[in-house]
Design a protein around this ligand. Sequence first.
Ligand code: ATP
Length: 516
Amino acid sequence: MTQEEVFKQLTAHAKEYGFVFPSSEIYDGLSAVYDYGQMGVELKNNIKKYWWDAMVRLNENIVGIDSAIFMHPKIWQASGHVGAFNDPLIDNKDSKKRYRADVLIEDYIAKLEEKINKDVEKGRRKFGESFDEAQFRATNPNVLRNQQKMDEVRERMTAALNANDLQGLRDIIIDCGIVCPISGTKNWTEVRQFNLMFSTQLGNISGEDGIIYLRPETAQGIFVNFLNVQKTGRMKIPFGIAQIGKAFRNEIVARQFIFRMREFEQMEMQFFVRPGSELEWFAKWKETRLQWHKALGLGDEKYRFHDHEKLAHYANAATDIEFEFPFGFKELEGIHSRTDFDLGNHQKFSGRKIQYFDPETGESYTPYVVETSIGLDRMFLAVLSAAYCEEKLENGEERVVLRIPPVLAPVKLAVLPLVKKDGLPEIARDIIDDLKFDFNCQYDEKDSIGKRYRRQDAIGTPFCITVDHQTKEDNCVTIRDRDTMSQERIPVAEVGRIIRERTDFRTVMKKLNKIG
Ligand code: ATP
């Protein structure tokens, strides 16, 4: 199966098992908007908890807030979003489809990279054991030609983006002969800037003055509360403020399921530091965040850093943590050194002094900021795509199993009476009553045990407990492990301890280091 097919299956599976539904489905859906179902919301809540605890619980000097989605419109002028939160868009006149010019070019670069990788694989097959990949890449004429083309195009694109040169972007599209994936033609419009913020109107003010925006990032709610939190929490620099909440972007290209949505959730943390120390903190946060990802055990090789060539208007260093999604390595989280841009501008635009008096140096200054920003929905997709697995079993049967890290699994434990009679359901219910406040448990008595196991595999439940006739005599149950499918007989009194040991947030938390 190709990666594309796997991704299609995954999307269908997410719907079939109550993880993610298209929004407004009975009205044929709303593009790039999704609803989370009964399983999805549990997984999402667990990811949030993992992030929140790793920020706010683990670190004494990080606290959380929950600011409003609507904010004073001037905030978006101060932050630069009214003027500069644009994507360069281009339309194909034949298909009437709209694209981000930079994404079209990036896709073209990705195709060149694919060609190179194919040539390398060919070489590997041809030369067998003696194959030296580095030498092949440095000498093979096809690889060198494509690599040079890739470098040239990337360089031109970076220069055009940095200079806001829209004609330059269009020239690249024309020069590379990029065609519309729908119509297959090169009949392109000019490239225009498109602001990504959604706007709406306040009820009691008419006209321009009443326009407010749906926040395109949660960060600004943190900046404008900097003084409130610093003073009321008696916070000393360095310290951080964390927030989880909705953000809205009128994305031009909405695709790849929940990877790019118009309404999504962010988990952002702004870390306020002494001016001059920001790059040191930036480096620490890069490592800290990568460790957070790796501790889940989705596979260390699935992550890589991508340092930005084009820095946003507010940053003096920026990197992405990229994750290997089924459609390739893509941004999962951004880490940005945002300088004093935001606090400085809010000081200017609001006329309020936003400074910190440093008792150690006796100086007042505008703090610098290092931000970590991760999309909750993208993280959800990363977990789901790494977890999704179609397996052929020894007995010839097939199963779909979600190998979700147990700590994040929506349901931790399923309790299954072998038959619907002889007092077994009652025992199963008693076990659930005892454990349901500690873990999300499911009771299932319908169909054969095998079918019930498959249903639990499909939603990623790490453990199933079977209650059988012998339970009535020895007070023991069979515990089945989702991944190994091995079964073990354990006393009922031990169930809670075993599940806790293997699904407790503590276990992952202990792998993490505090910042500092
Ligand atoms: P991209 O380059 O993919 O558009 P970005 O660089 O604009 O992303 P940031 O502004 O750095 O993204 O936002 C931080 C994080 O928020 C991203 O790393 C991503 O996980 C998430 N995110 C951004 N836009 C979306 C979206 N439209 N849908 C879902 N998640 C998003």
